[in-house]
Design a protein around this ligand. Structure first.
Ligand SMILES: NC(=O)c1ccc[n+]([C@@H]2O[C@H](COP(=O)([O-])OP(=O)(O)OC[C@H]3O[C@@H](n4cnc5c(N)ncnc54)[C@H](O)[C@@H]3O)[C@@H](O)[C@H]2O)c1
Length: 255
């Protein structure tokens, strides 16, 4: 156990799987008390078990980030459980398999669903959590966007790109606004990571190699590749960092 997040309470959305799970385990190992949230209760409880097994302190609260009532209940439960909130890790998201595509083939229903989870979800969590961060004297909001918010790519649909571009813009706007309350807002932009989200996309070996070839470092990422930056941004080590957009992308956006 290290101590880089000792004394902090962190709320992680999308904590049942992939990056959210890896970050929840590591935040707790760094001394944070972690509120794990997800729409998937089974996966969320598995993450809770893994955090406790590694000696960490956490609870699980099911919530749908696309629903304001659900997010309000989540933030209230976090406050009841730990009495304060210092870190909001906005990570829940969907790639929209079967719902997304290029604009000329995209249904309004698919567009709305992807924007609801990936962008409105960040808005709603920030709306209800930031007052608690301000109350705590300051805090850190970390938004998981994507390189799809920075560049075009045939690996994801247009609604996904738009949602993540929105998260990048919202990150900067919130950073500029809440700096006066010592609330920092930053974004992590991963390129393709091998998590449950991309399992179907990466099933075909030829496609897999094609996507690897887009990355100068010669491999795809894993959930562990975002964890170090997540801890840095949640901790006081990044006290003078806000409004920053960090690609974690194996060099994808450098070429
Ligand atoms: N895997 C990648 O290649 C990649 C790349 C760039 C960005 N991202 C982003 O990283 C984040 C985490 O993705 P991951 O790779 O860990 O995928 P994942 O599918 O393993 O995890 C996403 C989690 O979000 C949860 N979720 C989905 N809809 C929700 C909702 N309405 N309310 C609450 N929770 C909900 C899911 O149940 C799941 O546990 C997402 O925002 C994703 O868009 C992923």
């Amino acid at each position: 156990m290290a101590d880089r997040l000792r004394g902090k309470v962190a709320l992680i959305t999308g904590g049942a799987s992939g990056q959210g799970r890896a970050v929840a385990i590591r935040f707790a190992q760094e001394g944070a008390r972690v509120v794990i949230s997800d729409i998937d209760a089974e996966g969320g409880n598995q993450t809770l078990h893994l955090v406790r097994e590694s000696g960490g302190e956490a609870c699980f609260v099911p919530a749908d980030v696309a629903s304001e009532a659900s997010v309000q209940a989540l933030v209230a439960a976090a406050l009841r459980q730990y009495g304060a909130l210092h870190v909001l890790y906005n990570n829940a998201g969907i790639i929209g398999q079967g719902l997304d595509g290029e604009v000329t083939q995209l249904s309004v229903e698919g567009w709305n669903r992807i924007l609801d989870v990936n962008l409105k979800g960040v808005f709603l969590c920030a709306k209800h959590a930031i007052p608690l961060l301000i109350q705590a004297g300051g805090g850190s909001v970390i938004n998981v966007a994507s390189v799809a918010g920075l560049i075009g790519s045939p690996n994801a649909g247009h609604a996904y790109h738009a949602s993540k571009g929105g998260v990048v813009a919202l990150t900067r706007a919130m950073a500029a606004t809440y700096a006066r309350h010592n609330v920092r807002v930053n974004a992590i932009c991963p390129s393709t990571l091998e998590t449950p989200m991309t399992a179907a996309l990466l099933q075909d070996p030829a496609r897999y190699q094609q996507i690897v070839a887009q990355h100068p470092l010669g491999r795809l990422g894993t959930a562990q590749d975002v964890v170090g930056l997540a801890v840095y941004l949640a901790s006081d080590e990044s006290a003078w960092v806000t409004g920053a957009i960090f690609p974690v992308d194996g060099g994808r956006t450098a070429v």
